[in-house]
Write a protein of this length. Structure first.
Length: 107
């Protein structure tokens, strides 16, 4: 009886270790893990529409995404993207940029 118990316990331990190993392998293949692509940002413009910034190596790809299409909008150097701020640092900068845009539209 004790031999049967030991065999059953060993088989159960083997199956638990196999499940744990498969879970670890599956976790390594999940999106978001370090790899070739890295999603920097995504901005939706409606259902199934948006713009994404995707880092591939030393480049950042700006992609337009719809439910039926994927278009490359721009390719930028990754070092330049990190150095340039997304938003101006102060509200005065925002106002000066808006004034310049308005002057460009009026003139």
């Amino acid at each position: 009886m004790s031999v049967l118990f030991l065999k059953t316990a060993a088989a159960l331990g083997f199956i638990i270790m196999l499940i744990a190993a498969l879970a670890m392998a599956y976790k390594k293949r999940q999106p978001g893990a370090p790899g070739l692509f890295h999603l920097l940002a995504y901005h939706p413009f409606g259902p199934r529409r948006g713009v994404a910034a995707l880092r591939v190596g030393h480049e950042v790809l700006i992609l337009g995404i719809t439910n039926a299409d994927l278009k490359l909008l721009r390719v930028m150097d990754a070092d330049k993207v990190q150095e340039s701020p997304v938003l101006p640092s102060a509200p005065e900068d925002i106002m000066s940029r808006l004034r310049k845009i308005k002057e460009g539209l009026d003139g």
